[in-house]
Design a binder for this molecule. Structure first.
Ligand code: 1YM
Length: 640
């Protein structure tokens, strides 16, 4: 067999590999939507993060360029450029053209890969119309560029650099014939890179957007790693004690890091990661953590007589009330399970986390009796509230069993009984509720008017929440139950539409409802059942013609079209109640004409969603003011 022949066969295999990626991009990066587009950046950044985890890289710079290409640069060793004998070409070219060649040559260290992630540079290359790499090593600048994954030329030296400069710089332009969108979203990258920096103690990550003037930039660098992550997540609530509890250790080749702190809220905000990848469905590492937490606190509370002999044990839920925690493990060969491959399967991770946390938490509690006592007391309060809530629930359940499924009195239900055809409007106030009842299409549209502002679930314990009339009405109307008993197959309406006034009060009420839905029935949002209605802001009348405008820009367009003379009568709607039933139907409820906004959760970034709800609905005013100031630019009609 001649060398040339071998080379040819190799070449064909590579082209076939790249072709497979271009044919089924979803298999490699999840999708070709906005999410897939951003995955390209994460793939390249992950390689640089691996270099940081190996101890060679301290700074990663990510830049969105004016043409929507992205540049990622690190100060690591630089991808090896020498000849790879097996492939007969530079290692750099192999990394960028051979599918799955991301795997490091030789063992040692943890690889940030698993599931969809870390499939490597060659995938990004195959999905980019142009990509170029520069490697700085030994005083030389090595260079190679590619078009849809194919090299333009061999790796060449294009310049000299300082002897002590080293690293890798990659620029790529996503292929617009593959991706549905090619515009990068700064905030999406910002959230993700901030998270990456928290998870990689000491690593500095700089993100810049040079598409606009002046360019915007953020830098993330956390010497405290996940300890600082917990502080960040808790910034909008009052912490129960000052220090973040931190455990770190290694067992059975699993490196374990846990940081946690209780706050005055009632939610459990625990996030688990494996090799820097979030595991939304948890797995063995999370199970080990929970077991250690429950066991250690019960032991402590009993032996220190905080829990009396006659008292029942604290449940995991009790201890995790108001807990913010990060569990981060590093494993050489992570196994992912579950339908979406988002759950860690390695059994050794359970034991490792359990033993590291049990041992170090026990020590911490003994050293910090004041903190220990306050956590135990909060857990006991939670236990009592849970018991009261359970009684209230049992009572309702017994009543329901006796009286049949009693729907709330205020609900004007629809006549069609097939949930697929049905929708429910949650309407603020009785008067708007009245108009909506008149306006609706009786067969498929149900109306549930709520009186005033619903309870802020972010600031209330379970027993109060279950006792709240407005919340009870929603729970029974939807039919699904909540929490452990939640069953989406019992959902009585395909669309849950929140209809509030287009002003500050209306937005506040909509946010309260979304908070409730997010905390108690997140699946409804995740599966796309929750919507916001969009009532118009203006009505313009002229010579018997009627136009509705949903924002100021649209109003301008309409006025330009019909002429701005004295014959317009422009009406500014203050609330839904100002519209008569016909107008409400025509502008907001008619499925043929209305605008509905579907509420979505970025499932890769639930910690960011959590922070937003805590910031908007929590006790602290300052973080809320900051959030509103930062985001005011996105608000078109800030009505104050
Ligand atoms: C902006 C993207 O890819 N950095 C990077 C990648 C590698 C190395 C250093 C590296 C790894 C090793 C040895 C090793 C990679 N090397 C390979 C391969 N930044 C970016 N920085 N020397 C350098 O793991 O042994 C793949 S990635 F396979 F060539 F070693």
């Amino acid at each position: 067999m001649s060398v040339e022949h071998e080379y040819g066969a190799d070449q064909i295999q590579i082209l076939e590999g790249l072709e497979a990626v271009r044919k089924r991009p979803g298999m490699y990066i999840g999708s070709t939507s906005e999410r897939g587009l951003h995955h390209l950046v994460y793939e390249i950044v992950d390689n640089a993060v691996d270099e940081a985890l190996a101890g060679y890289c301290s700074h990663i710079i990510v830049t969105i360029n004016p043409d929507n290409s992205v540049t990622v640069e690190d100060d690591g060793r630089g991808i090896p450029v020498g000849l790879n004998h097996k492939a007969g070409k530079s290692a750099l070219e192999v990394v960028y053209t051979v599918l799955h060649a991301g795997g490091k040559f030789g063992g040692g260290g943890y690889k940030v890969s698993g599931g969809l992630h870390g499939v490597g540079a060659s995938v990004v290359n195959a999905l980019s119309s142009v990509l170029c790499v520069e490697v700085y090593r030994d005083g030389q600048v090595y260079y190679q560029s590619y078009k849809i994954g194919k090299p333009d030329s061999p790796v060449e030296i294009i310049d000299k650099c300082e002897m002590d400069k080293h690293g890798t710089k990659v620029t790529f332009l996503p292929d617009s014939s593959i991706f549905e969108v090619t515009e990068f979203d700064y905030d999406t990258l910002k959230q993700r890179l901030r998270e990456t920096a928290f998870l990689t103690k000491g690593l500095r990550i700089t993100l810049s957007d040079t598409r606009r003037e002046p360019a915007v930039s953020n830098e993330f660098h956390y010497a405290g790693g996940i300890k600082e992550f917990v502080t960040y997540l808790n910034k909008s609530s009052e912490a129960l004690y000052e220090d973040v509890i931190y455990c770190e250790g290694k067992k059975d080749n699993v490196y374990v890091e846990v940081a946690m702190q209780h706050n005055d809220s009632y939610n459990d905000a625990t996030y688990s990661f494996v090799n820097n990848i979030i595991t939304p469905e948890g797995g063995t590492h999370l199970a080990g953590f929970r077991n250690a937490l429950t066991k250690t606190f019960n032991l402590y509370a009993r032996s220190n007589k905080i829990l009396k002999d006659a008292d029942p044990a604290l449940s995991g839920d009790d201890i995790r009330e108001g807990l913010t925690a990060i569990i981060s493990v590093k494993i050489e060969e992570p196994q992912f399970e579950g339908q979406t491959k988002q759950k860690l399967g390695n059994s050794e991770a359970r034991g490792a986390v359990d033993s590291v946390v049990s041992e170090q938490l026990t020590y911490f509690l003994e050293q910090n009796p004041v903190v220990a006592k306050s956590i135990c007391e909060k857990s006991m309060l939670a236990q009592r509230a849970r018991e009261a809530a359970r009684k209230a629930r049992d009572l309702t359940r017994r009543k329901t069993a006796l009286e049949g499924m009693a729907l709330p009195g205020k609900l004007a239900d629809c006549s069609d009984k097939d949930p697929k055809n049905c929708e429910i409007f949650i309407v603020e106030g009785d008067s708007a509720g009245g108009s909506a009842k008149t306006a609706r299409s009786r067969a498929t549209q149900a109306i549930l008017p709520l009186r005033g502002k619903i309870l802020n679930v972010e600031k209330a314990r379970l027993d109060r929440i279950y006792g709240n009339a407005e919340i009870k009405a929603m729970i029974t109307a939807f039919g699904t139950g909540i929490h452990d008993e939640f069953d989406i197959s019992k959902l009585r309406y395909d669309k849950i539409i929140i209809m509030t006034d287009a002003d500050v009060d209306g937005s506040h009420i909509a946010t309260l409802m979304l908070t409730f839905l997010y905390r108690f029935m997140p699946e409804l949002i995740k599966q796309g059942h929750v919507y916001l209605a969009t009532p118009p802001l203006y009505k313009v009348e002229k010579n018997k013609g009627v136009w509705y405008a949903y924002d100021d820009i649209e109003l301008g367009t309409i006025l330009n079209e019909i002429g701005r003379d004295g014959n317009n009568k422009i009406q500014r709607y203050k609330g839904l109640g100002e519209m008569d039933a016909d107008q409400l139907w025509e502008t907001t409820m008619d499925p043929e004409k209305r605008i509905l906004k579907r509420v979505m959760i970025d499932e890769e970034n639930t910690s960011a969603v959590d922070v937003i709800f805590k910031t908007l609905m929590g006790d602290k005013v300052e973080p809320r003011r900051e959030f509103i100031e930062e985001n005011a630019k996105y608000v078109q009609n800030l009505d104050v």
